[in-house]
Design a protein around this ligand. Structure first.
Ligand SMILES: NC(=O)c1ccc[n+]([C@@H]2O[C@H](COP(=O)([O-])OP(=O)(O)OC[C@H]3O[C@@H](n4cnc5c(N)ncnc54)[C@H](OP(=O)(O)O)[C@@H]3O)[C@@H](O)[C@H]2O)c1
Length: 296
């Protein structure tokens, strides 16, 4: 081939790739989005007359979970540390769903006094509790301690919810069938432990991974916030991230399922660490010791 013709062919290939690649990406985008979106809760269960607590429901996955359960008719307690943020979320949900039973209550999981006050008020005001969704969480926050001196991640994500569940368990049992839904993470493969099995009480306890969700969770890390923004197309929206929480809270087929771990609205693989009974027992007794409670 002549050098001029070869150059032309080469430029043609470059131009062809430059035009077809974006077109290909554009055509693939809806399929990529659908894959990223993950599972969707198909249940049409209504929750009229049911009382639900969702921790950290003022934003992200918790807010979307609250919106969904409010739409199903539940009385939703938005348990959050910032009342103003909680009110903003709750009034938007009330306006959108027409459900006026979306109530904000103060709960700071980084302070056992606040957790005890929340539980005390709740037990005095509400006669029933059907669904407890332990959703709130922190990630990558700078080293700091809770009011009781626990490291922040351990204190909020685990010990805070552990104490909250302990304080509300009797009311859940009295209201059975009832469910505890623990929003966990795929990160448990790095050594986190699944919640203790409460089989036999008619209160089920399941945990879940919501997926990688474009929420405020990464707010404490500049690099993660930047990465989250850049790759937001490949992350779930908070609504998509809330689907497995809603599924664990309402799906009829889970009525008697307990001690399981879900992702994308289906059972998921639990890491060997998460399945180790000895480690779970140890964490259980250390948690009781740290919180000064007796829970067998
Ligand atoms: N996003 C993801 O990719 C992802 C992946 C795996 C697991 N998860 C889990 O999903 C859950 C929800 O996270 P998200 O993505 O929706 O994050 P988010 O948008 O940051 O929401 C976290 C919620 O937790 C609340 N919270 C933090 N510390 C609290 C405390 N001391 N007391 C009471 N509430 C507190 C926050 O309240 P403020 O608004 O007042 O800070 C906020 O409402 C978390 O448990 C997280 O670990 C998320």
């Amino acid at each position: 081939m002549e050098p001029a013709a070869a150059t032309l062919t080469c430029w043609g290939a470059v131009l062809g790739t430059a035009v077809s690649l974006p077109l290909l990406l554009l055509a693939a985008a809806p399929y990529v989005r659908r894959y990223v979106a993950g599972g969707q809760c198909k249940s049409t269960a209504k929750l009229d007359g049911k009382v639900v607590i969702i921790t950290g429901a003022n934003t992200g996955i918790g807010k979307e979970t609250a919106r969904d359960l409010a739409r199903r008719g539940a009385r939703v307690i938005v348990a959050c540390r910032d009342i103003a943020k909680g009110e903003a979320a709750a009034s938007a949900i009330r306006a959108e769903t027409g459900n006026q039973q979306v109530i904000v209550k103060k709960l700071d999981l980084a302070d056992t006094k606040s957790i005890r006050e929340f539980a005390e008020n709740f037990l005095a005001e509400e006669k029933e509790l059907h669904i407890l969704i332990n959703n709130a969480g922190v990630m990558l926050c700078p080293y700091s301690k809770t009011a009781d001196g626990f490291e922040m991640h351990l204190g909020v994500n685990h010990l805070g919810h552990f104490l909250l569940t302990f304080l509300l368990l009797e009311r859940l049992k009295q209201s059975a069938p009832a469910r505890i839904v623990n929003v966990s993470s795929l990160a448990h493969h790095g050594g986190r432990i699944r919640f203790h099995d409460l089989h036999g009480t008619k209160v089920t306890a399941n945990s879940l991974h919501p997926g990688s969700v474009y929420s405020e969770l990464v707010r404490h890390s500049f690099v993660m916030t930047w990465l989250w923004k850049m790759f937001s197309f490949f992350l779930k929206t908070p609504w998509e991230g809330a689907q497995t929480s809603v599924y664990c809270a309402v799906a009829e087929e889970l009525d008697s399922v307990t001690g399981q771990y879900f992702s994308d609205c289906q059972p998921a693989y639990v890491s060997p660490w998460g399945r180790d009974d000895e480690t779970a027992k140890k964490l259980w007794s250390v948690s009781c010791e740290l919180l000064g409670i007796q829970w067998d």
